[in-house]
Design a protein around this ligand. Structure first.
Ligand code: SAM
Length: 277
């Protein structure tokens, strides 16, 4: 028999955003998968959903849980997947289970609803026609440097999630790679009592965040890079300066070539000169 896994979006702060169809779907399911039974138990009590079994499916148990879910789906059941907040699969568990369910030939559906990145994008004031969602940036090392370099060159609006204790550093890193005048919107506590959207240059954002004790949940929305004209040697040197930090010349050259789309030979010659200083 064919069963259905339904990804059900839940509020990102304001319980009033829980859709009637989300409630009906959860009530009509044989099993509700969630990241934390205590956290989701409160939501279900608020929504009046009762008598449905809850089981944990988080980033550590997602694969293991897939086996039980597939056996249940084989009986033709409907299983709902929710996370602590927002849309499952968006910087949250979900995508690996979805893959397993598709591979086993069962159906997937969703009850769409809140997602912090989408709300932040539409209130940012930046171009919403073409955008990139980066989720959480890698915390350190080459992965972070490479990702930051790609974001700096990206001409579409870029949306990122960040934890409060890392937001100051991430905004400062963005100012380093994108230039201090690139526009940014910092959306905080969306749909909650202290919802705010701060807009300004990256430079001003560094000062703004530094002047507060970051608390709550944040989304960073970065305006796209201006269309590329002729790239000057100074721009290449500035990109090399960032890329060379803690990396070999070879890696830094590769990063900058990818970032600025300029010939390798030109970047390599400038890297030799930067190194000699
Ligand atoms: N699945 C969620 C969604 O659909 O947005 C995202 C879950 S992810 C683990 C949590 C991150 O989402 C937070 O660190 C923050 O960056 C962002 N976020 C979630 N709720 C938010 C809110 N109310 N206001 C601002 N950002 C929020």
């Amino acid at each position: 028999m064919t069963g259905t896994l339904v990804l059900v979006a839940t509020p990102i702060g304001n319980l009033g955003d829980l859709a009637p169809r989300a409630v009906a779907t959860m009530q009509g399911s044989s099993l509700i998968l969630c990241e934390d039974t205590r956290h989701s138990g409160k939501l279900l009590a608020h929504a009046g959903v009762s008598g449905v079994r809850l089981a944990v499916c988080n980033e550590h148990t997602e694969i293991e849980r897939a086996r039980d879910v597939l056996s249940l789906l084989d009986t033709g059941a409907t299983v709902a997947l929710i996370t602590d907040a927002g849309t499952p699969g968006i910087s949250d568990p979900g995508s690996r289970l979805v893959r397993a369910v598709i591979d086993a030939g069962h159906a997937i559906s969703a009850v769409p609803g809140p997602a912090a990145f989408l709300m932040a994008l539409v209130v940012s004031g930046f171009d919403t026609n073409r955008f990139v969602f980066e989720g959480f940036l890698p915390r350190s090392g080459r992965e972070r440097t490479t990702r930051l370099a790609a974001i700096a060159a990206e001409q579409r609006t870029t949306v990122m999630y960040e934890a409060p204790h890392r937001i100051e550093r991430t905004v400062a890193d963005l100012a380093d790679v994108c230039g201090s005048q690139r526009a940014v919107a910092i959306a905080r506590e969306l749909t909650k009592i202290y919802e705010s959207v701060w807009r300004g240059s990256l430079d001003a954002a560094v000062a703004h965040i530094g002047s507060t004790a970051p608390r709550g949940e944040y989304v960073i929305v970065l305006d796209g890079a201006p269309p590329r004209g002729e790239i000057s040697d100074d721009e290449i040197r500035a990109a090399l300066h960032v890329a060379l930090e803690g990396h070999s010349r070879k890696d830094a050259v590769a990063t900058v070539v990818g970032q600025l789309e300029v010939p390798k030979r030109r970047v390599y010659d400038l890297a030799l000169a930067v190194d000699r200083k």
